[in-house]
Design a protein around this ligand. Structure first.
Ligand SMILES: CC(C)(COP(=O)(O)OP(=O)(O)OC[C@H]1O[C@@H](n2cnc3c(N)ncnc32)[C@H](O)[C@@H]1OP(=O)(O)O)[C@@H](O)C(=O)NCCC(=O)NCCS
Length: 241
């Protein structure tokens, strides 16, 4: 049986974060390797990056009371098979961050930091302009590849849209193409489909190498109006391109 619950113990991150990396590798999502670089491709360097990300996720979790990590446990095995992070905002959360573009501080200054800031900034920076009203926002959602299509993803999405319905507010997320059908099932609609652009004047060899490694990077910006009431052609979308 699958059981959904909110994460209350830091020790769950020992299981959740490696599972997040494993799930986001199938199919490959560039977010984690781009945000938490590893020195090389060796398993040791990979493990170091995973542990660095775990510390960063825990720090963010403790610092931001709007964030809620959930886990799905398979009670037959006692193993966590999925997780997600929802944020619940009763007011505009970007008041202080507005006008401050994202900088990938996980890198020292240089080409790699510039590249990661440019790519991830194209996902993160528009949030401050678009998600201004009270809302719920799904930041991360993952299920172990061998446990997909068992309903774990649905349990996690339902948690956040139910909160939104209780509050009478809208919901947002940035989706992989792979996950779009799951979100559509809960009343999310695609507002815009976006692709990272890394065109700069005189890119150096390191920049070109990063482009080869991480591009193309595409995502859907999805929105669910209050109570999921969307009528094609009638409901006004929250922003246009
Ligand atoms: C997307 C993801 C979280 C879905 O988790 P899941 O546990 O398989 O989802 P569910 O079993 O609840 O699926 C619910 C419904 O979503 C739809 N769905 C889910 N995955 C789908 C897929 N790959 N293709 C088509 N429809 C899909 C189906 O309608 C499905 O219902 P059904 O199985 O009765 O047909 C999981 O596939 C995953 O971790 N993917 C990799 C990471 C990722 O892309 N995360 C999203 C980041 S935005």
């Amino acid at each position: 049986m699958l059981q959904l619950s909110e994460v209350v113990s830091d020790s769950d991150f020992d299981e959740l974060i490696p599972l997040l990396w494993y799930s986001y590798a199938q199919p490959r999502i560039a977010l984690l390797p781009l945000l938490f670089p590893s020195e090389d491709e060796s398993p040791e360097a990979q493990e170091k990056a995973i542990q660095t990300s775990k510390r960063a996720f825990l720090k963010m979790h403790h610092a931001d009371p709007s964030g809620h990590w959930l886990k799905v446990l398979d009670t037959d095995t006692g193993k966590i098979i999925g997780g997600c992070r929802w944020h619940i905002h009763e007011s505009d959360p970007y008041e202080k961050a507005r006008g401050k573009p994202f900088v990938a501080l996980t890198y020292p200054e240089g080409t790699e930091r510039d590249f990661a800031s440019l790519v991830l900034g194209q996902i993160l920076n528009p949030r401050a302009e678009r998600y201004v009203r009270p809302h719920t926002h799904l930041h991360i959602c993952f299920v172990h590849p061998e446990h997909r299509r068992r309903g774990a993803g649905s349990m996690m999405v339902e948690w956040g849209v139910s909160k939104a319905d209780e509050m009478g507010v809208e919901s947002f997320l940035e989706a992989t193409f792979f996950a779009r059908p799951l979100y559509e099932k809960f009343g999310f609609v695609v507002v815009t489909t976006e692709e990272a652009s890394t065109t700069i004047e005189k890119p150096n060899e390191a920049w070109k190498h990063l482009e080869q490694r991480f591009l193309p990077y595409k995502w859907h910006c999805m929105w669910r109006p209050p109570r999921g009431k969307y009528e094609e052609g009638k409901t006004e979308l929250p922003w246009s391109n």
